[in-house]
Design a protein around this ligand. Structure first.
Ligand SMILES: Nc1ncnc2c1ncn2[C@@H]1O[C@H](COP(=O)(O)OP(=O)(O)OP(=O)(O)O)[C@@H](O)[C@H]1O
Ligand SMILES: [Mg+2]
Length: 326
């Protein structure tokens, strides 16, 4: 697996004096009367996984296509490792890996043939292309299906082939549009591990997804899109400092209320109509406060049935943005 990943020093296309990673300013693109992307600033640093999050139709794919040199912006500027994809799309494509949300393969070819063909398009020689294809088939766990026609691949297998295809040229910048869709839980964990390794080796990885809990564990930064605009950026290490919602379930809601009030905590209460129990939602500063509160409640003899963060960090930001939106 190691051999498919090069360190930053060996990154192709990394030239002296060029800004690494992705830098976009004031990007806009409309389709007829639909303003798909409206004045977006976007940055993705090398060595990091940057998540692009937003509801259906918020402009994620449109933004990724522009970054990938596949769609011309109406306004704004983009630099991929310092190179302008509008001015020099060939140079950008040489250092970029693109995984679209739908595969679109040459269906009569086998997975191995598709990868060697793509390698040839990148100017990789025949012998080296075969080596590269074998390595990548191994990375995405398609070795067993390497020589069957791509049309028989399941959706998840086709996604994995698409990921392998995006890695053929060992790109310095990797753009993935909903890469986890269609993957089973095992393949999702593998994807997460692989993307982390790729980022750790110095690549700038951008991933769009709706599966927020998954991004929580993988992403270093997140950009939230809504109606074609970037409405919030978040560093995941920092997001915990704003506190986090917890849900506490007890068989005795009155006792739980007394316990929380004695700690000076504001909470919203949701009684269970069938018995005296129910749940409370509180905002805590972090793990330490959560541990102390749980210890206190249990120590006070309050019957606690569940005590957990209400949702993932990204999910919380996402939902809070929905609240703010008109
Ligand atoms: N080729 C096109 N022609 C016309 N309208 C388009 C085209 N591509 C995108 N749009 C419109 O632009 C808006 C943004 O679409 P986009 O595909 O970028 O959203 P998305 O965030 O990727 O959504 P999803 O989560 O469903 O993939 C939508 O309103 C969409 O209908
Ligand atoms: Mg999309």
């Amino acid at each position: 697996m190691e051999s498919v990943i090069t360190g930053p020093g060996k990154m192709p296309g990394r030239q002296k004096g060029l800004e690494p990673g992705i830098e976009a300013r004031g990007l806009a693109r409309s389709f007829g009367t639909v303003q798909a992307v409206e004045s977006i600033d976007f940055h993705a640093a090398p060595g990091e996984v940057t998540a692009l999050i937003g509801p259906n139709g918020s402009g994620k794919t449109t933004l990724l296509l522009m970054l990938a040199s596949l769609l011309r912006p109406d306004a704004g500027s983009i630099r991929i490792q310092g190179i302008d994809p509008v001015g020099d799309p060939r140079a950008v494509r040489a250092i970029l890996g693109w995984m679209p949300d739908t595969l679109g393969v040459w269906e009569s070819l086998t997975s191995r043939e598709i990868l060697t063909t793509v390698a040839a398009l990148y100017g990789i020689g025949k012998t080296q292309a075969r080596v590269r294809a074998a390595e990548l088939l191994d990375v995405v766990n398609l070795g067993q299906l390497a020589d069957t026609p791509a049309r028989v691949l399941s959706r998840g297998q086709a996604q994995r082939l698409s990921l392998a295809r995006a890695l053929v040229n060992d790109p310095a910048v990797l753009l993935l549009d909903e890469p986890a869709s269609g993957l089973d839980p095992g393949a999702r964990v593998q994807l997460r591990t692989l993307l982390r390794q790729l980022a750790d080796s110095g690549k700038a990885v951008v991933i769009s997804s709706h599966v927020l809990a998954e991004l929580d564990e993988m992403a270093d930064a997140a950009v939230f899109l809504s109606k074609g605009k970037a409405v919030r950026s978040q560093r995941l290490a920092e997001s915990g400092t704003q506190g986090r919602g917890y849900t506490i379930v007890s068989f005795d809601l009155q006792a739980l209320r007394r316990g929380l009030e004695s700690s000076g905590l504001e909470a919203s209460y949701d009684p269970n109509l069938e018995n005296n129990g129910g749940s409370a939602k509180v905002r805590l500063s972090g793990d330490e406060q959560a541990a102390a509160l749980l210890g206190m409640l249990v120590g006070a003899g309050i019957p606690i049935a569940a005590f957990a963060p209400s949702s993932g960090l990204l999910e919380e930001t996402y939902l809070s943005l929905e609240d703010e939106m008109p």
